[in-house]
Design a protein around this ligand. Structure first.
Ligand SMILES: C[S@@+](CC[C@H](N)C(=O)[O-])C[C@H]1O[C@@H](n2cnc3c(N)ncnc32)[C@H](O)[C@@H]1O
Length: 209
């Protein structure tokens, strides 16, 4: 078994997807190297956005965290096939991993595309975008760093705005935190599907003061 890979899941498919160390601080500059701009996508799914973004910003490293092993495996394979060397993917729950990441103020941008596809009240504890996540991101974002969230669920967009507006160090951009367009030259699969179907996409943009 290669070091850095998750042994406890060895009986499951996609056992070899990359993971961070199981405990203790996650020193991103030791893992990803120093000196390059760093961006993060939480919940990259099949990897469309992260790969397009990496192609658009070859000078930056784009880190992706995803809870589904299958998508980690798929995105990594796609990046390799397209020879995209500046995508780094890791399996895990971003909410827990962010708390262990070092150093502070390392990310220029954080993207969260179509999170929280759960509807029932009992699933509320799984929500990704919360005030707590906002505070964890504030620690990790550079001054002037941005958070973009996209969703096709109008009441979730309202909830995200409320959660992030409660974080003092975050300032809403656009119209009270809402923007019409995705300015980042990369689209997620769900975003592409919504646009094909003519469905609205609600976009939220905050900057770290
Ligand atoms: C509705 S899908 C959207 C996938 C992709 N971002 C898109 O827009 O097409 C939400 C994704 O977030 C992932 N996810 C949910 N909670 C997560 C968490 N706490 N940490 C990392 N990934 C998470 C899910 O596994 C899933 O792939």
């Amino acid at each position: 078994m290669k070091p850095g890979f998750d042994v406890s899941e060895s009986q499951k498919p996609y056992m070899d997807v990359p993971v961070f160390p199981q405990e203790g601080p996650i020193h991103l500059d030791e893992i990803l190297g120093r000196g390059r701009p760093l961006e993060l996508e939480i919940g990259f799914g099949k990897g469309h956005f992260i790969i397009e973004r990496a192609l658009y910003r070859p000078e930056a490293t784009i880190l992706g965290i995803e809870t589904r092993r299958k998508w980690v495996h798929l995105a990594e394979s796609r990046a390799q096939k397209r020879a995209v060397g500046n995508v780094v993917v890791r399996h895990g729950d971003a909410r827990a991993l962010l708390k262990r990441m070092q150093p502070d103020r390392c990310f220029e941008r954080v993207f969260i595309n179509f999170p929280d596809p759960w509807w029932k009240a009992k699933h509320a504890k799984r929500m990704v975008v919360t005030q707590e996540l906002g505070r964890d991101l504030v620690r990790l974002l550079v001054r002037g760093g941005e958070i973009m969230i996209q969703t096709d669920v109008d009441f979730r967009a309202d909830a995200y705005l409320e959660e992030l507006s409660a974080v003092e160090e975050l300032e809403p951009l656009g119209q009270g935190g809402r923007v019409e367009e995705n300015p980042f030259r990369a689209r997620s699969l769900r975003e592409i599907r919504c646009e094909e179907l003519g469905m609205p996409v609600y976009r939220i943009l905050f900057v770290r003061k």
